[in-house]
Design a protein around this ligand. Structure first.
Ligand code: ABU
Length: 493
């Protein structure tokens, strides 16, 4: 009975051991019940409520904070309700995001990480985690193909930050004085990326003081737009701009497209530009002997973003920036990074980061790698790509579907569902407007019924279409069949 117990009765309180153990066991029960239900297809993916409904308070669940403590009984109810009104991103029918799934080893790793509750900035307080990070990053660099896995890297709070690191280290390499003098120490720098690349490259330009106007977007992906890059380079050079950096995307967010890294690397070498490969989504394919050729040339990159929390199913967050970071961000804060410690202070890796405090993202990933082996990640990736091919084959000639592009390169399958009333309508503005409203409407109904979730978006001239992605090992062909049935059920006129 927790109704008369409060947080103050738990450790370090006197005689707090027994209630602490009982409370944690109850918590484990809540979490394991949630885990079991997540894999049970008769459980909904979500129990949708509008923000105002949750803010007004549901029965027994009040988000407001109070001055007086709640009993542990209420705290346990709050925990159950937090999970109840959340989204089961590990459910086999959750296809909404690039990161999905609920890996049990990864989950156990995250529990351990929170229990250890340490900070990644120094070996002094995170000796084992720092070494795990170093070893894992080296292994990742070996998979990229850098000689002997040489180089550097760090885990960061997500792909956008990893991409921002890439711009920072490029700028530091060519214009190190920017670190002390700011942008006045650099000419007008230009970054290149494709229209289909992640918006974080643009954000990096803005955040780093170059302005996102310093970014040149090539239409579509780089596959079709190499000549315009070259042309722009020449024009820019004549106008006094200095091209600095090219981002090649390995697995674009919406289409899952892979830029031709070798061709882009040729241009970068010719013009002495930094080559970054954003493999946040596609980096995982390096683990697959069948699919890694899609990143051919990645070994020629100066820096690489790779998010194991996406295609490799590692619990959020787990994103790596690989490249040479040393010196770029170091401030040598004397209270933390004392040079006269008794151990090799090269292992005080925190000074490479733009953060000070840094969460331990490595342990769950390292533990999963131990538990699955490289071969386990390979099987995960091959299976997810096979499943996407199954979906593509199933709908490419099916009545009521139109593909946005042929032949998926990653697990992204993009398509319009055409309701019966639009099937015979001639192409034109009216049809486009109507079609634009179809995916959001079906998605809203999907969320209200809680049966499945899949993303949608417009892209360029294309009106709203569904983007299906698979990264969850729990998904099967029957879940793909379910999604299609559900779209057709909800999309009936
Ligand atoms: N680039 C962040 C992930 C976006 C997505 O899950 O669709």
């Amino acid at each position: 009975d927790f109704s008369n117990l409060f947080a103050r009765d738990l450790l370090p309180a006197k005689n707090g051991e027994e209630p602490t153990i009982q409370f944690l066991l109850e918590m484990v029960d809540i979490l394991t019940t949630y885990v079991k239900k997540t894999f049970d297809r008769s459980t909904k993916v979500l129990d949708f409520h509008h923000p105002h409904q949750l803010l007004e308070g549901m029965e027994g669940f009040n988000l407001e904070l109070s001055d007086q403590p709640e009993s542990l009984e209420q705290i346990l109810v709050d925990c159950r309700d937090t999970l109840k009104y959340g989204v089961r991103t590990g459910h086999p029918r959750f296809f909404n995001q690039l990161s999905s799934g609920l890996d049990i080893i990864g989950l156990a790793g995250e529990w351990l990480t929170s229990t250890a509750n340490t900070n990644m900035f120094t070996y002094e307080i995170a000796p084992v985690f720092v070494l795990m990070e170093q070893l894992t990053l080296k292994k990742m660099r070996e998979m990229i193909g850098w000689p002997n896995g040489e180089g550097d890297g760090i885990f960061s709070p997500g792909g956008a930050i990893s991409n921002m690191y890439s711009v920072m280290i490029a700028r530091y390499k060519y214009y190190p004085e920017v670190k002390t003098k700011g942008m006045s120490a650099a000419p007008r720098l230009v970054l290149f990326t494709s229209e289909h690349s992640h918006y974080s490259i643009k954000k990096a330009g803005a955040a780093l003081g170059q302005g996102y106007g310093s970014l040149f977007l090539t239409p579509g992906s780089f596959v079709s737009s190499r000549p315009p890059i070259l042309q722009w380079l020449c024009v820019l050079l004549l106008q006094g701009y200095v091209p600095l950096f090219v981002n090649a995307t390995a697995g674009s967010t919406v289409y899952g497209a892979f830029d031709p890294i070798n061709e882009i690397a040729d241009i970068c070498e010719k013009y002495n530009l930094w080559l970054h490969v954003d493999g946040a989504w596609g980096g995982g394919l390096l683990m697959s002997r069948k699919h890694r050729h899609k990143l051919n040339g990645v070994e020629r990159a100066n820096s690489v973003t790779w998010n194991p929390h996406k295609m490799m199913g590692v619990p959020l967050q787990c994103s790596a920036i690989l490249g040479i970071l040393a010196g770029c961000n170091s401030m040598c804060a004397g209270y933390l990074f004392q040079p006269d410690k008794q151990y090799d202070v090269n292992y005080d890796t925190g000074d490479k980061a733009i953060q000070c405090g840094r969460h331990v993202d490595i342990f769950k990933f390292w533990l999963m790698w131990k538990a699955k082996g490289t071969i386990g990640f390979e099987q995960h990736i091959d299976r997810c790509l096979d499943l996407s091919q199954y979906l593509y084959n199933k709908i490419k000639n099916r009545e009521g579907y139109q593909m946005v592009f042929d032949g998926p390169q990653h697990t992204n399958v993009c398509f319009w569902y055409i309701p019966p009333s639009l099937r015979d309508m001639p192409d034109g503005e009216e049809r486009r407007e109507k079609l634009h409203r179809v995916a959001p409407k079906i998605k809203a109904m999907m969320m209200e019924s809680g049966t499945t979730m899949v993303g949608y978006q417009p892209q360029g001239k294309n009106v709203n279409f569904f983007r299906m992605v698979v990264s969850n090992l729990a998904a099967t062909q029957s879940d793909i069949d379910f999604l299609i049935d559900e779209i057709e059920r909800l999309g009936r006129d």
